[in-house]
Design a protein around this ligand. Structure first.
Ligand SMILES: C[S@@+](CC[C@H](N)C(=O)[O-])C[C@H]1O[C@@H](n2cnc3c(N)ncnc32)[C@H](O)[C@@H]1O
Length: 202
């Protein structure tokens, strides 16, 4: 579920969204995560909740499928990244991919905290249908931790995604579908923010 009052509607504009991603260093964070963890090239990549797909500035030599429910983001992505990319303005489901393709990596960069537990379970089951046996699911989301910086906690409370969880709660959902789940918590000092990344294998 996403919060949807007029402030959050502003974030639906691609320019405002990209600015906020840069302000919170999320763009740089994602670039680092993807450069560290997406090792296999060329690779088939499925990015669910891809936003304007600016991650494509950081990963080259990939065959990329992006899904997002925001029309503005997807239109921007279609204009900017035509090469080796397909975009869908839809919720993801395995049935929506017509080609017989399996993915080396599935990215959920900032998506899980937009979904309730039932939606996450449904999504993870569907992802397994299109992920290669030796493929990897990569996620990152804001996370609640104990003794959290109060400013970081405040920003996270205000996130558009209404389902920010603790590490234990994210793990419980991921472990239902993936045997091997490794994670790391990143505490950003300026602007204070806390993120959890996970790397999941079937
Ligand atoms: C925090 S943003 C992350 C966007 C992008 N991955 C990035 O890192 O810049 C979350 C995105 O998930 C999208 N979203 C929310 N619910 C969705 C759903 N059920 N299916 C697909 N996308 C969804 C939103 O439109 C938004 O673009």
């Amino acid at each position: 579920m996403q919060r949807n009052n007029s402030f959050y509607k502003l974030l639906g504009n691609q320019h405002f969204y990209s600015f906020s991603q840069k302000l919170f260093s999320t763009t740089a964070f994602e670039k680092k995560i993807v450069n560290d963890l997406v090792k296999k090239k060329p690779a088939n990549i499925l990015d669910i909740g891809c936003g304007p797909a600016e991650i494509l500035e950081s990963i080259k030599n990939v065959n990329y499928y992006g899904f997002d429910i925001n029309k503005n983001y997807i239109e921007h992505a279609k204009k900017r990244y035509r090469h080796n990319s397909k975009f869908f303005c839809k919720k993801f489901s395995a049935k929506k991919i017509k080609e017989k393709i399996k993915f080396d990596y599935v990215l959920l960069l900032g998506l899980l905290h937009h979904l309730n537990d039932k939606e996450v379970n449904f999504l993870l089951k569907d992802i397994k249908k299109v992920l290669k046996k030796n493929g990897t699911l990569l996620t990152y989301d804001p996370v609640y931790i104990s003794n959290q910086n109060i400013i970081a906690k405040k920003f996270i409370d205000l996130d558009r995604g209404a389902n920010v969880r603790t590490k234990k709660e994210y793990f419980r959902l991921l472990k239902k579908n993936f045997k091997n789940v490794k994670s790391k918590i990143y505490n950003q000092t300026f602007i204070p923010y806390t993120r959890l990344t996970t790397r999941c294998l079937i």
